[in-house]
Design a protein around this ligand. Structure first.
Ligand SMILES: C[S@@+](CC[C@H](N)C(=O)[O-])C[C@H]1O[C@@H](n2cnc3c(N)ncnc32)[C@H](O)[C@@H]1O
Length: 430
């Protein structure tokens, strides 16, 4: 199994393999995997602390003030009751992710007691059904690390983005322009159906991989985050019908709620059964490759027709390494198409937390474009696109990026600049 699934260690990808023995790497990787499962499994106490906090703060209000709320004191309590119901439902889904059979459980020989809450705690949590069952002074202990608990919440948001009907706007903004670029610059024909090899690095929950595959490309998704990999595994391999799951991705929201009902609106998914999506393309070729992008593809040379990067390039601590890998792995004439902002993931933080923070290179788009061309790519298309990323509908905070969509072609061996004319949109780029 590939290692280094976004480990929390302070070692870089490059020096990890040399600095640590293989046994030590395996031990760390297993420990990290167990930590991820523990974080998913302890969502309930983590979120119950939030319910307790709200209950405590409400209890400090005088009755007169409570009565000013919609529905009075009862209204306030019923908001907490709804929240508790939603926490139970999210927790059941997250548990399902952990328990769904997957190759990691086999490879690491995990047993449930290593990551799940102890049965007495589970039983205690299960008895909490309404706000009355909660002691406002209670603080629940849980095993998850703080940044992992943020990822648990992010996993629920990502289900919304990639797999719900409600998330289709975000997919229209980001996934479909990439697919259009691919189809335009590397079209599927009856001769090459299921033969053009397309890689989607940082593929999250795999929806873009499936969409591309269903259009006749031999597609591989790559992802290194166990939160994503485990959830993707459930969605792709443990889902046999539409709208099988229902969660409340936004219940943790404290601020910018316009309408209380917005955070209690359930999100059902998947909006399409994954098997139905790919069955549009008989003989399809789709795979997932788990592991750190640079590590996994380090020996791939001129064997991919296209790389489709969606909100991915800025995950690089050092974007030169990503570009060099992409350039090397593409066949001559192959294309890179990318959409996203430049929200460099390793831009703020300290090298003491993780050495990747100490390496971060933050290029502007014009600098990046220059660097891309310097590797021997020719820009075929570029434009600005408004994109949102896992935004709660109805929220008063609607972050959107004025992102860049660009497509670049690796020079043909013999070609130079005459083979593919740049789009007319190139000139319209602002
Ligand atoms: C911003 S998310 C985008 C997810 C998906 N492409 C989308 O647009 O919804 C970036 C993804 O890249 C993954 N990622 C980041 N660095 C990676 C690396 N070095 N190798 C593989 N995956 C990586 C993250 O785990 C995350 O799922």
């Amino acid at each position: 199994m590939e290692r280094n699934h976004g480990l929390d260690s302070a070692a870089t990808t490059e020096n990890m393999s040399t600095a640590l023995s293989e046994k030590e790497e395996d031990r760390r990787e297993r420990e990290h995997f167990i930590d991820v499962l523990s974080a998913l499994a302890c969502y309930m106490p983590f979120m119950m602390n939030e319910v307790v906090r709200r209950k405590r703060h409400f209890e400090r209000l005088s009755n007169t003030r409570l009565e000013r709320l919609p529905g009075g004191a009862k209204g306030a309590t019923s908001v907490l009751d709804n929240m508790i119901r939603a926490v139970h439902q999210n927790s059941a889904f997250l548990h399902h992710i952990c328990l769904n059979p997957n190759s990691y459980h086999d490879a690491f020989r995990t047993s449930q007691h290593e990551w799940d809450m102890i049965p007495a705690v589970v039983a205690h949590m299960q008895r909490i059904r309404t706000a009355k069952d909660l002691d406002a002074k209670k603080v629940f202990k849980y095993a998850g690390k703080p940044h992992h608990m943020a990822k648990v919440k992010g996993t629920l948001h990502q289900c919304y983005r990639e797999w719900s009907a409600a998330g289709s706007l975000e997919r229209k903004q980001a996934f479909f322009p990439l697919i259009e670029q691919l189809q335009k610059h590397m079209p599927v024909t009856s001769q090459n159906k299921n033969q053009l090899r397309v890689l989607v690095p940082g593929c999250g929950l795999g929806r873009l991989v499936l969409e591309i595959c269903s259009r006749g490309y031999a597609t591989q998704g790559n992802e290194f985050d166990y939160f994503m990999l485990l959830t993707c595994n459930l969605l792709l391999n443990g889902t046999d019908r539409k709208n099988m799951y229902s969660i409340f991705p936004w219940i943790e929201r404290r601020c910018n709620v316009y309408n209380r009902a917005d955070v209690f609106r359930p999100v059902t998914f998947p909006d399409v059964c994954p098997a139905d999506l790919v069955s549009k393309n008989p003989g399809y070729d789709m795979s997932m490759c788990a592991g750190e992008f640079l590590e996994v593809y380090k020996s791939h040379t001129e064997c991919w027709d296209a790389v489709v990067a969606c909100f991915f390039l800025d995950t690089a601590p050092n974007i030169f390494t990503y570009l060099e890998t992409i350039h090397r792995m593409l066949k001559p004439g192959g294309i890179l198409t990318s959409i996203g902002p430049l929200m460099y993931h390793w831009a703020s933080g300290t090298a003491a937390e993780d050495t990747r923070y100490g390496e971060s290179i933050e290029l502007s788009y014009d600098e990046l474009r220059h660097v891309v061309e310097s590797y021997g790519f020719r820009i075929l298309h570029e434009e600005r696109r408004v994109c949102q990323y896992a935004v709660c509908p109805g929220s008063m905070l609607q972050t959107s990026y004025n992102a860049v969509l660009f497509t670049a072609k690796k020079k043909e061996r013999t070609d130079p600049k005459t083979q593919t004319a740049p789009d007319s949109t190139r000139a319209a780029f602002k």
